[in-house]
Design a protein around this ligand. Sequence first.
Ligand code: GTP
Length: 596
Amino acid sequence: TAPELIRNFCIIAHIDHGKSTLADRMLQITGVVEPRAMRAQYLDRMDIERERGITIKSQAVRMPWEVDGRAYALNMIDTPGHVDFTYEVSRSLAACEGTLLLVDAAQGIEAQTLANLYLALENDLTIIPVLNKIDLPAAQPEKYAEELAGLIGCEPEDCLRVSGKTGEGVEAVLDRIVAETPHPVGDADAPARAMIFDSVYDTYRGVVTYVRVVDGKLAPREKIEMLSTGATHELLEIGVSSPEPTPSKGLGVGEVGYLITGVKDVRQSRVGDTVTNAKKPATQALGGYRDPKPMVFSGLFPIDGSDYPALRDALDKLKLNDAALVYEPETSAALGFGFRCGFLGLLHLEIVRERLEREFGLDLISTAPSVVYQVTMEDRSEFEVTNPSEYPAGKIREVREPIVRTTVLTPSEYVGAVMELCQSKRGQMKGMDYLSEDRVELRYTMPLAEIVFDFFDQLKSKTKGYASLDYENDGEQAADLVKVDILLHGDPVDAFSAIVHRDKAYAYGVMMAGKLKDLIPRQQFEVPIQAAIGSRIIARETIRAMRKDVLSKCYGGDISRKRKLLEKQKEGKKRMKMVGSVEVPQEAFIAALSSD
Ligand code: GTP
């Protein structure tokens, strides 16, 4: 297809504003999916995506659309909506010339609408404002058209009004894309350059890489090269998804499609990297490539220790599909053998954990999530700490923690409550704007560690669910942090150690000691539970002793009954773990580590 007849666009929206539903409708109206084959959220292929109703992996589909007798090819690139996947969103945007800015007409602009809009503006995309869900009785398209127009600087009449559910107004959206989105421009004779905006692992075909060709042409049977690593592969197949994969003779300037090389691991085919022709390679990579950097770490341990090899296999398999997942073996005195895993954010952690449990049938305990701390010692040596148990005992000069730029959008009545919450989480206010009379944007910088715990839940509960949140990395800053250990009968329990701000150390210690007191049954002797910073005890609880002699009930007498009771007691012990001299039931670990 000639570049003049191609339009590459994506849809950006806050979570649940109806992106997938609108995409489904477009597939239907352009005839690429027959009504018979249609199923809800056609593009969200993974079961877990469909169940949670969220899009994790972006995909591209080619749709034919005719305007004034000219046949155009519209490439729609679906983008994930959640903060953890911002990098994938930004790559998807870089593959497009235009975007639909989709806003729920009953909700208005939300934090991720804004965050994604800023990304789109950075990429110089043409923005087409669309109000969705106009079929809802609660929709207020007039009100939100004003809001949207004010935000992007257009007239309220320029905002399209559609319903992804009924299909109303969707054809007008396709016409607008053709009319307003610039066609791709590139050098057809230059060495090939294509940007990878997604790659997924397919059990039968290996890694399927989605690319947007910028210059030149890629054809089957060629040798291609990944510019960031110099790795070369043979191009076994190249084609377009419409939406089922359809092989083609090659992809030229501006075209969007997939390629298959037989590679088995998505990390060989990384989002943001540039693909070129190995015989005639381009020298300049397309901008923007960045290694996915894990931000949140957590230990994953099988509840049944014998599942450890199964957990390792499962992680190896997941990794094929998830370039951002990192892990290494970890041993915990309390929890046994497991893995220290790094994630892009909390949602990423939750998804990985859920997939491990669901797809691989594993029962797991995950330890409290931790961010990455940069520690400088008095002797100027430096290292990264992602696990509280690695926190150094020696003289520390400085600890730096990651901070994020946070945007909260809230109805104006909750501004006070949101400010209070942000301040309690060590937030520093950077600005506040009224998007309309009753909707406010608050900007804070905040330590990532504070957001990682329960910020989002608290934000939701303090605003009756109306506030929305987005954040992006903003470097790191020095902080007064300490490691709090929890000691059981004098022995530290590694799984409960945490790195916290000095002001919050006491509260953490009291909370953990209190929880454990209720969770650990009485032992034959008195067990102190202590929270400590170094050798200084900051909180203490005591589990009183109890002599639990099952045999005292049946003095002498029936020997078989005695044996039965002993057997029973032994069974009960199986699910116990010894921590030093204390028996702790497995459930106590799980309960103490679950955040509530
Ligand atoms: P993510 O993929 O998680 O970002 O969500 P999404 O933006 O793709 O939203 P999705 O299409 O899954 O829609 C979210 C919810 O809104 C679903 O329950 C849809 O049925 C509903 N919905 C989407 N479009 C419309 C619409 O035009 N009208 C009405 N009434 N409901 C809609």
